[in-house]
Design a protein around this ligand. Sequence first.
Ligand code: G3I
Length: 495
Amino acid sequence: MRTTPEQPHRHGWGRRGTALVATTGLILTTLVALANPAQAASTLGASAAEKGRYYGTAIAAGRLGDSTYSTIANREFDMITAENEMKMDATEPSQNQFSYGSGDRILNWALSNGKRVRGHTLAWHGQQPGWMQNMSGSALRSALLNHVTQVATHYKGKIYAWDVVNEAFADDGRGSRRDSNLQRTGNDWIEAAFRAARAADPGAKLCYNDYNTDGINAKSTGVYTMVRDFKSRGVPIDCVGFQAHLGTSLPGDFQANLQRFADLGVDVQLTELDIQQGGNQANMYAAVTNACLAVSRCTGITVWGVRDSDSWRTGANPLLFDSSGNKKAAYTSVLNALNAGGGGGGGGGSTSIDTSAWYVLVNRNSGKALDVYNLSTADGARITQWTRNDGNQQQWQFTSTGDGYYEIRSRLSGKNLDVSGRSTADGGAIVQWTDNNGTNQQWRATISNGYATLISRNSGKALEVQGASTADGAAIVQYSSWNGANQQWQLVRVG
Ligand code: G3I
């Protein structure tokens, strides 16, 4: 039996203070709601975050000193990929001599600016250092696995997702593996690389990444068959990257292709998007954005560079900013698509609750995630919102009580979301507490258009971000349900 924490000061919110904050919260909430009726974010990263996704770019270390470039990159994007600096030739130029200077520069720039990082790439037939190009057989296999282990260990805990293996399938119209020195070490080289990566950095999502796999075709079906096999045999794979280097037309089955992979139980991401400039570039960018928004496991989009002049596709002008750093029509079209939320298609959140899943709960108003403050595992620890990082302190599992309510359990602590002191007041603090079957630990979930409202069984009040704050560390409280965006939560499945 639990002892209810009766002393309000224990959470730093006195009763009188709570009432005051609650009143202020209502005023603030109303003001924010009026001031920002459409919740239209003004940058790609912020808008994507409102949809529980990221919007990223590739960065070249050598360009970070260009202030036009770094200003745009910092303002618009919340996920960063090193364009070349974490590849095999960059990180292990001589065998067993690792070189992380340029990769670290990009990583540190991203992390210090509050962004996440996709690692690209641990194993690839391309951009191998000279010493590796000349290797074969078991010596090459060992060298490859050593490379995967060393690099993933160096970046352990700092990478959101690794492209573990890049471009291992051929363009032969038959869905075959690409011939390469790595492939010739044995067909199991890909799964061996995934297992080594998981062992080195268990916190990173592990992706397979390829091009010309954007529609349903022989190559993408080859990858699909491999991923299905990996999932059935427990090979650790979490995501599939679709490079999406596109010409002037989008495969009609682009979204369906993403969905069929998502249905295998992996996340999908567009990892190197660029689209040939032409009559319909802006429309194609919108269509790609909408396709991702319509697939709940499409977790984000990365464009392969900032300005057209930064692109590897010289002359194609395939990016969102022109060579002077001005926003192109394609940029506006992506931002509008993100803000519109994909034409009413679910908004990216789950539309039903799977009690075996782990979810990140992303607030509709702030784009931030429900978070156990300061990684606490203690009873009474406060729950706040924080920039999404998908850590265990941001992952929650729903357990049905069998009568329409759920307990919501932290992956970090194993404790339940709890209305502190069984409060029934507006502004009552939300904490974590050991499971005690109390009605103050039970929540009715109503999902509409991809957003869940969570109502306490004990108080009838809704889980909300106090005062519609958009700041890290803002308190989560209960408040009378009014359907505000700060009371709506996107359930983004992460496990
Ligand atoms: O920095 C050197 C420069 O000093 C030298 O004079 C010059 C001579 O060619 O080369 C420069 O390095 C180039 C490097 O980009 C940096 O600009 C390399 O030659 C060039 O090969 C390299 O190209 C990269 C390419 O991967 C290599 O395969 C592109 O930047 C990069 O955008 C591209 O990215 C790939 C993804 O990793 C995988 N998917 C396809 C995508 C596009 O090809």
